[in-house]
Every structure is written in structure tokens, then in C-alpha cells.
Ligand binder design. Structure first.
Ligand SMILES: Cc1ncc(COP(=O)(O)O)c(C=O)c1O
Length: 324
């Protein structure tokens, strides 16, 4: 049930606290232990434990993957696939493509994603076109080789909003995979799989882990073929997170609902006041009614997140007071 602040307090808070959690089998430990091991002894090959080598399977990582999957897809089974950074997760997704394929990407993506597309994938003959993507733009920008639509919403750093369900419908009609980087929303503010995305990716370094002490990434998918392929890539490329990082991220998730509520409260408070500030020439926050994406954001997000972008009088010089 939504209350006045837009959060489903019972569902989201409780889910954040318990997602992916089940008592550890040997001791009944409530919290998933840090399984800091590279290998697992196979005492009886007839009864394989399911665990051989931690690049391939690790219980702490599995608990994290289950938690993020539950938050992104509470109503329907989904799988999380965790990585050592957001970029490692993004890179693994691009390995679904082959030479000659084309990505249609939202402009103003996180710079590191653009760097991967332009400076690395291009060397393997995978090209990317960037554009602000209104619904009608897909026809114009589509190529026979287009295989993937890559969205961020809100984007980093300008907080552009893309209409995920409208774009996903159009992309699916052409047989493309739809990827949404949900880092700037978190699963508590926006659930792209419910809006039609095929693949959701997070830099868990940000809201999800929440304490600036761990780098991580995670993909969430529902489709079994994608799960199998991405789990194969996780193991084959090997950019997996360590068990301690998984534990820290999981612990961060337990307070995600509380933190997101405070982030949104603070950003809304600041955005309203900064918009009136004489030194601010342009303020971008999707929660403000004059933001060009406000109506779409209202439809697809619970609230608008903790990030604000602004331009100040005098440009960079004018911001020289700002901490660097
Ligand atoms: C939207 C977005 N996606 C992906 C990344 C990359 O994540 P990481 O730094 O965990 O590799 C970032 C990092 O800032 C980001 O802001």
C-alpha cells in the first residue's frame, strides 16, 4: 500500500530487510556468512554439494543475487547475476552481441558506459548510435544490424527521463533486446522489468550498497535463456565480486528503503530551493513539474531519486566555490 510519501512501506521496507535471506543450512545463521573460500571439498562425488569453485558458485554471492532479483521483480521469478563492478556487469551484457551488431543508446549515458562502447566495443566492430530517444526516433535511428536498445533513466548526469515501456514496445517489435541501467533510480523507485525491459543492470556501488565502501554490479533478468547465457558469461569472463563485497552490499540493502526515502526527501527539499536561487541558471530534477520528463517519471517512478543537476551563473568559474 502506498502512503503519502510514495513508498510502499510494508512491501518495500520488509522486502529490503529480508530479500534473498534464508537461514544458513549448517548452523541456521540468520545472516548469510561470508563464504571466503576459493574451492569446496568434494567428499562424495555421488552427492555433489553443488559447489566447486567460487568463480562459478558462492553462497554469499547467491544470497546477494537473490536479494536484488527479489527487489527488482517482487511479483515474478527473476535471477540476479552479480559482478565485481557496474562496468563489469555492463561489459558482460555487451558480450551477448557479436561483430557487426549495432547498439542504439540513449544520449547522456554514464561516461564509463560510453567509453566502453566507443573505445572498446568499436574495436570488435560493434557500433553505437547515441540519441535522446523519443518514441518516434527509433524508426529513424534503427539499422538492420541493431540488436540492442540501451537506456538509462534517469541518465547520469543530466537526469533525462526515457519512457521505458513505450520504447520497450517499439524495440521488441523489431526484435531488439532492451537494457535499462537502473542505477540512478534503484529498484525501490523504478522496476524496469515490470515496464518491459529484458535486462536491468545496476552499479550496486551507489544506492544499493549505499555506504561508499564497496564497488559492485548486478544484472537482473527473467528470461531463462538470458539467465543461462549471462551466468555463462559471468563464469567465463570471471569478473565476479568477492564474498566480503557481496556481504557488504547485502548489508547495505537491508536499509535501502530507509535511505531512499531520505534521499528523495532531501533532494526534493533542495531542488525546490535551488531552483529559486539567483545563481542557478538551470536546475534539473525530474521531480519538479517543469522538468521535461516529469510526466513520464511520474508514471514510471515511485519518487525521483537523490540526484540533482544544475548550471550556475558564470559556468565553471562561477562554481569555483564548490568543493572539488
Ligand atoms: C549510471 C551508472 N552506471 C554504471 C556505472 C559504473 O559502475 P561502477 O563504477 O560500479 O563500475 C556508474 C558509475 O558511476 C553509473 O553512474
Amino acid at each position: 500500500m502506498d502512503d503519502d510519501d510514495g513508498f510502499d512501506d510494508i512491501g518495500d521496507s520488509t522486502r529490503s530487510v529480508h530479500a534473498g535471506s534464508s537461514p544458513e543450512q549448517v548452523t541456521g545463521a540468520k545472516v548469510e556468512p561470508i563464504f571466503q573460500t576459493a574451492t569446496y571439498v568434494q567428499s562424495d562425488f555421488a552427492e555433489h554439494s553443488g559447489y566447486e569453485y567460487s568463480r562459478t558458485q558462492n553462497p554469499t554471492r547467491e544470497a546477494l543475487e537473490a536479494a536484488i532479483a527479489e527487489l527488482e521483480s517482487p511479483g515474478e521469478p527473476a535471477h540476479g547475476i552479480a559482478f565485481g563492478s557496474g562496468m563489469a556487469a555492463i561489459s558482460a551484457i555487451t558480450q551477448l552481441l557479436k561483430a557487426g551488431d549495432h547498439i542504439l543508446a540513449a544520449s547522456d549515458l554514464y561516461g564509463g558506459t560510453g567509453r566502453l562502447f566507443d573505445d572498446v566495443l568499436s574495436r570488435f566492430d560493434v557500433e553505437t548510435t547515441y540519441s535522446f530517444l523519443g518514441e518516434g526516433d527509433l524508426e529513424e535511428l534503427a539499422r538492420p544490424s541493431t540488436k540492442m536498445l540501451w537506456l538509462e533513466s534517469p541518465t547520469n548526469p543530466l537526469l533525462n527521463i526515457h519512457d521505458i515501456s513505450a520504447l520497450a514496445d517499439k524495440a521488441h517489435a523489431r526484435g531488439w533486446l532492451v537494457v535499462v541501467d537502473n542505477t540512478f533510480a534503484s529498484p525501490l523507485l523504478q522496476r524496469p522489468l515490470e515496464l518491459g525491459a529484458d535486462i536491468v543492470v545496476h552499479s550496486t556501488t551507489k544506492y544499493v550498497s549505499g555506504h561508499s565502501d564497496v564497488i559492485g554490479g548486478c544484472i537482473v533478468v527473467r528470461d531463462d535463456v538470458l539467465v543461462e547465457r549471462l551466468a555463462f558469461l559471468q563464469n567465463t569472463i570471471g569478473a565476479v565480486p568477492g564474498p566480503l563485497d557481496c556481504f557488504l552490499t547485502l548489508r547495505g540493502i537491508r536499509t535501502l528503503a530507509l535511505r531512499m526515502e531520505r534521499h528523495c526527501d532531501n533532494a526534493e527539499f533542495l531542488a525546490e530551493r535551488l531552483a529559486e536561487h539567483p545563481a542557478v541558471t538551470r536546475l534539473l530534477y525530474p521531480g519538479l513539474p517543469d522538468h521535461p520528463g516529469h510526466e513520464v517519471a511520474k508514471r514510471q517512478m515511485r519518487r525521483y531519486g537523490g540526484m540533482i543537476s544544475l548550471e550556475v551563473e558564470g559556468g565553471e568559474e562561477g562554481a569555483s566555490w564548490a568543493p572539488r
